[in-house]
Design a binder for this molecule. Structure first.
Ligand code: XIL
Length: 329
């Protein structure tokens, strides 16, 4: 079987997966597969606020500590995802009122979590999904609890807190919908670039950008030269670029598994050839290890789940997408 991590390393890249912490710690086959294929892991949900900090005075670090030990024990890098997002926030956070109190809670959360794993995280998604031009806010920022409480400065605050607590990790902004050359893509790219230029001008310690890359099979994706140009512009700002949540939603495809697999593999190949062709990508993490009833950012919430969206088939079986990714790496 292709050990994708090794292929990636030979090209100066990292390859890995979003993992389910509970399964990694309890299923030896899953864990062994991950170790064989990956250079880098990101907990799919275990670093999110509601997982780590469910009550004001309670942090639950048990699972993430074990995942961090697992990664270190197997020489795998680890990404943290995430500190500031409009989802996975416990109610107690959203009930806080007043900028001083919100800021104190955000900074304390980041200090505690980033501080605990300092030196063990390759990177942190400090702010996740801050862009949403259709919300009508200045700069194309998303209308979130953090924005409403703290204004656009919440982003700078979060990065400063992360840097104070972890002097070494690559600090990233992560977002979706940046892939397409038409539709909402160009406006989202513009908003992202202007946010980043402003942050860099203000001396905010942002070092990387995650392109989530929840793609869709069936001709719905229109990534092309504009995406390569965008990645070049990010690199030109001195930023490192990561593909953070790669998957290919097949939920709207009809056909046999073979037909679906061929289509999905084609999207992986075209996408990776394009983005890796820029020479500016540092890591590729796929949003899940192997096929299951899968959430993808591109799956409509009321629709059927994706079935053959990931790089490997159920239980790690090699399928066309596995070979397409191996060939692209
Ligand atoms: C998703 C997880 O995959 C699901 O298990 C969870 O129920 C919701 O969150 N963008 C992100 C990820 O940044 O954190 C999301 O992960 C997928 C979309």
């Amino acid at each position: 079987s292709p050990a994708l991590g090794r292929l990636a390393e030979a090209r100066g890249l990292l390859f890995g997966f979003a993992i389910r912490a509970g399964r990694l710690l309890s299923d030896a086959d899953y864990a062994a597969f991950v170790v064989r294929q990956a250079d880098i892991l990101v907990p799919e949900n275990a670093c999110k606020w509601e997982s780590l900090h469910p009550q004001p005075d309670r942090y639950d670090f048990g699972r993430l500590d074990q995942v961090a030990d697992f990664a270190a024990g197997h020489g795998l890098r680890l990404r943290g995802h995430n500190f500031c997002w409009h989802r996975a926030l416990p109610d107690w956070v959203e009930r806080i009122t007043g900028p001083a109190a919100v800021r104190a809670v955000l900074e304390a959360h980041i200090a505690t979590v980033a501080g605990r794993y300092a030196g063990r995280m390759h990177s942190w998604d400090v702010v996740n999904e801050p862009i949403q031009p259709t919300d009508g806010l200045p700069g194309g920022l998303r209308d979130t609890f953090w924005y409403r409480s703290l204004g656009p400065g919440y982003i700078d605050l979060a990065f400063a807190a992360a840097r104070r607590a972890d002097p070494k990790a690559l600090l990233c902004i992560n977002d979706y919908g940046l892939e397409n050359d038409d539709g909402g893509g160009p406006a989202r790219r513009e908003a992202m670039l202007s946010l980043l230029r402003g942050m860099l001008a203000r001396g905010v310690p942002v070092g990387g950008v995650g392109l989530q890359s929840h793609l869709r099979a069936g001709g719905a994706d229109r990534f092309g030269p504009g995406l390569a140009r965008f990645i070049g512009e990010l690199a030109g700002l001195g930023l490192r670029v990561l593909i953070t949540e790669l998957d290919v939603d097949d939920s709207r495809l009809d056909g046999s598994d073979d037909e679906i697999d061929r289509e999905v593999a084609g999207v992986y190949r075209r996408y990776l050839d394009l983005v890796l062709g820029t020479g500016a990508i540092e890591a590729v993490t796929s949003w899940g290890v192997w096929d299951n009833r899968h959430y993808t950012g591109a799956t409509p919430p009321d629709g059927p789940p994706a079935r053959r969206a990931l790089v490997f088939g159920p239980e790690g079986e090699i399928k066309p997408a596995s070979r397409a990714v191996a060939a692209a790496l």
